[in-house]
Design a binder for this molecule. Sequence first.
Ligand SMILES: *Cc1c(COP(=O)(O)O)cnc(C)c1O
Length: 530
Amino acid sequence: MSFTHSSPCRSPCLSPCHRPKYAHDEHDRPPRDIGNLIYTDLQPFNLTGAPETKLFLSYVADISSDYVRATFDRSSKILDFHQPEQLEEVLDLDIPKHPLPIDQLLTDCKDALKYQVKTGHPRFMNQLSCGIEVVSLAGEWITAAANTNMFTYEIAPVFILMEQVVMKHMRKFIGYTHGDSTMAPGGSISNLYAALGARHTMFPEYKQKGLRALPGELVIFTSCQSHYSMKGAACAMGLGIDNCIEVPCDDKWKMIPSELDRLIEDAKGKGKIPFFVCATAGTTVMGAFDPLNAIADVCEKHKLWFHVDAAWGGGVLLSKSLRYKMAGVERSDSITWNPHKLMGVTLQCSGVHFKKDGILIECNQMSADYLFQQDKPYDVNYDTGDKVIQCGRHNDIFKLWLLWRSKGDEGFEKHMDYLWGLTEYMVKKLKEHPDKFELLNEDPECTNVCFWYIPHRLRTMKQGTERRKILGDVQPILKGRMMTAGSFMIGYQPLDPHPNFFRNIISSQAVKKEDIDFMVEELDRLGYDL
Ligand SMILES: *Cc1c(COP(=O)(O)O)cnc(C)c1O
């Protein structure tokens, strides 16, 4: 795509040759000092305020860029931790009666970032969405400037086409030859869309008649390691948590297909109606991949909808050497995939993909006359807003499209292989110090590395419940110390039957081996005496 104009300019565009005289003068005038101005001195309130408006925005862009620079500076702290009461004291958050000057607004912008956690810092490994890709950030800036709504082609023509191209490209990686997709506000909502689509396919009358259309209680099956949003979907859909059945996992935290089969039979025996199975590709805590082919077999046997929640692990599809982890994904009916996790797109960026076209629109269409008129001067199939349970939709596509353009498929493959390489390095590093670290997953499938740090006094203590309990107690204290130090950040949680342990996530392109080395040393520095 190219926006450069070739001369001579023949169209009545606003290139310099056609720009009205006053606007030309306005652009050339040096801006006034803007510090004491207020919002009414800027556009659109002030018709001649273009130079000041541009200057204001460039100051804000500078603040944003300075923050990015600090984010990538390993000598800068990740956070300057304050308790909520302290933070309320140092920040002026009140809404004033009268307008504040521009200078104050610029200070407000800086202050908002001053106490913010630098989630793109190379030593922030706390979350599944870490890191900041500057191309994606640039996309987010442009998205905000375009400020459009994704519901109709009428007002978002370029972005709608982009979305179609990128979604189709993703479906190709999944292995769907046709199908349909939508972007959604997060993986949890994407999972909900999948379950709604499945119910609609099985019971199309539900849309009109509601619960009356169902011959009994519908049941969802998902692994005991799956994301809690599946339970949330069961609640939101009127099934109830009791009808979201957790299938046991093996010692690698993967769903056991024979248990799935048994539980489906069991539910049928109780007169319930199984309709939806969710397999997880990259579980949230341990990063396990469920055996998709074996689960697909069970779904085929019972004629159930097969959904894959790859919100976290979906990125492996982009790498030839990693995609075997999701072998069988092409047999699924739907899949959730969050580019804001492994692919490093700025929050938020998530989507759900369906093997069969037409389900989203059939299930969710309400045909509002004021928005989705059928007699528009273009093919109304491009009005994607009626496919979703939202009305307006945020533009989440531009930043993903731009990032993918910058890397190409090849760049994303390298991106994934790099993250897995670093994960291997980290495991190797922890294994070099068996006295200080105990790994929960010795051979992680995703980039989740789960381990306990062992303080000095516990290193000679004999294994057993007492030692386990103390281990579980000291990890949160160590987390507190790392937040106070601000030098690195990783998350912890318990996972039945295990007490609290750390879960390190490598999901940022900024991380290097030296950061892993640093973390290993820093854990020991901060936790040795616990
Ligand atoms: C993160 C995650 C989700 C939820 O995604 P959000 O975008 O946070 O709503 C769902 N499933 C899995 C497996 C996840 O890791």
